[in-house]
Design a protein around this ligand. Structure first.
Ligand SMILES: [Zn+2]
Length: 268
C-alpha cells in the first residue's frame, strides 16, 4: 500500500463503508491534526492577547476621550466666563465712556460760559483801566496845581514875613522920627525966628541922611530943619504903600533922582 493518497471522493460516496488506512497515514494524519491544533491554540492565544490589548486600548481611548471632553468642557466654561466678564467689562466701559462724554459735554458748556464771562470781565477791566488812567491824569493835574498853589503860598508867606519885618522897621522908624520931630520942632521954632536962610537942596556928603522910595527910585534930603522935616512928611504921604526907606546920600546918589527941591517948593 505505501503512501497512496486518500480517495476523499470514494469516501464521500460511501461514507458507511470501511476503508483501509496505513499506520503511517494515520500517524501523519494525527501529526497534521496535532500541528493544526497547536497552531489553533497559538492563534487563539494570540487573538486573546490582541483582544486584551484592544480592550485595554479602547479603555485608554475612552479615558482619554473623557479627559478631553472634560478639558473641552472646562475650556468652554472658562471661555464663556471670560466672554461674560469681557461683556460685563465692556458694558461698564461703555457706561463709563457715556458718563465721560456727558462730563465732557458739561465741561464744554462750562468752558463756553466761562469764556463768555472772561470776555465780559476783560472788557470791564479795560473800562476800569481807562477810568483809572483818566483819574491818574486828573490826580497828576491836581498835584501839579497843588504844587503851584504851595509855591504861591510860600511866596505869599515870605512876602508876608518881609512885609511884617518892613512894618516893624517902619513902626520903629516912625517912632524915632516922632521923637526926633518933638525935639526938632522945638529947635526949629527957635531957629525959625532967628534964621531965615533957605533950606539946603543939594548935598555932597555921602553920610547925609535921605528919605528914599525904592519903588520910584526918588529921594529927598532928610535934614534936621523944619522945611526938610515937612518935605519928608509930604514925600512919605505921596509914596504911601511904596517901599520907603531912610538911607544915606551915598546909597542913593547913583541910582535915585533927587526930589528935594520939588518938595521944598511944594511946602513953600
Ligand atoms: Zn514912590
Amino acid at each position: 500500500m505505501g503512501n497512496k493518497p486518500i480517495d476523499w471522493e470514494a469516501i464521500q460516496k460511501k461514507p458507511g463503508k470501511d476503508y483501509k488506512l496505513s499506520g503511517t497515514m494515520i500517524l501523519d494524519f494525527r501529526k497534521t491534526i496535532e500541528s493544526q491544533k497547536e497552531e489553533l491554540t497559538t492563534k487563539s492565544s494570540k487573538i486573546k492577547a490582541l483582544e486584551d490589548e484592544k480592550a485595554k486600548m479602547q479603555a485608554d481611548l475612552e479615558a482619554k476621550a473623557n479627559d478631553l471632553a472634560k478639558k473641552i468642557e472646562t475650556i468652554e466654561k472658562e471661555r464663556d466666563d471670560k466672554i461674560k466678564s469681557l461683556e460685563q467689562e465692556m458694558a461698564t466701559k461703555t457706561e463709563s465712556i457715556k458718563e465721560q462724554e456727558d462730563l465732557n459735554k458739561q465741561m464744554a458748556e462750562k468752558l463756553d460760559t466761562a469764556a463768555g464771562s472772561v470776555i465780559e470781565q476783560t472788557s470791564a477791566v479795560a473800562e476800569k483801566d481807562a477810568c483809572i488812567e483818566e483819574k491818574d491824569a486828573r490826580i497828576a493835574e491836581l498835584e501839579n496845581e497843588l504844587a503851584k498853589r504851595q509855591d504861591t503860598i510860600q511866596q505869599l508867606e515870605s512876602l508876608a514875613e518881609s512885609a511884617a519885618a518892613d512894618k516893624d522897621r517902619l513902626e520903629q522908624e516912625i517912632k524915632s522920627m516922632e521923637e526926633q520931630q518933638d525935639t526938632l520942632v522945638n529947635k526949629v521954632m527957635d531957629l525959625e525966628d532967628k534964621i531965615q536962610k533957605p533950606a539946603r537942596v543939594v548935598t555932597e556928603d555921602d553920610m547925609e541922611t535921605v528919605r528914599a522910595c525904592n519903588t520910584c527910585k526918588q529921594y529927598v534930603l532928610a535934614l534936621e530943619e523944619y522945611k526938610h522935616i515937612q518935605a519928608v512928611k509930604l514925600f512919605d504921604a505921596t509914596h504911601r504903600g511904596h517901599m520907603l526907606a531912610t538911607l544915606t546920600y551915598g546909597d542913593v546918589k547913583d541910582d535915585f533922582t533927587s526930589k528935594t527941591e520939588e518938595y521944598l517948593e511944594k511946602i513953600g
